[in-house]
Design a protein around this ligand. Structure first.
Ligand code: SF4
Length: 76
C-alpha cells in the first residue's frame, strides 16, 4: 500500500504540493484557486470519491484528493 506523500518531500516542495489546496502559496502561484484540487486534476489516478490517489508525478505515493501542486491541469 503506497504511503501518503510527505509535503516536505523535495519533489513535493519543488512543485509546491500541499495536502490542502487552500494552503497553496498564493504569492508564488497567483493563478492558483482553491477549487483546483487533485481530485479534479487530469493526473489524479484515484476515483473522484477517493480521499487519496496516485499521481504519476509522485510515483509510489498517494496525494490528497483535496491537495494541489503547480502541475495542476483541470480534468476535461
Ligand atoms: Fe495533484 Fe494534479 Fe499535482 Fe498530481 S499533478 S499532485 S494530481 S494537482
Amino acid at each position: 500500500e503506497p504511503a501518503k506523500l510527505d509535503e516536505k518531500d523535495p519533489q513535493a516542495v519543488g512543485l509546491g504540493y500541499v495536502h490542502d489546496s487552500s494552503k497553496a502559496d498564493k504569492a508564488k502561484y497567483p493563478n492558483h484557486t482553491a477549487a483546483q484540487q487533485c481530485k479534479n486534476c487530469q493526473l489524479f489516478q484515484g476515483k473522484a470519491t477517493d480521499p487519496m490517489g496516485g499521481c504519476p508525478l509522485f510515483a509510489g505515493k498517494l496525494v490528497a484528493a483535496g491537495g494541489w501542486c503547480s502541475a495542476y491541469s483541470k480534468k476535461a
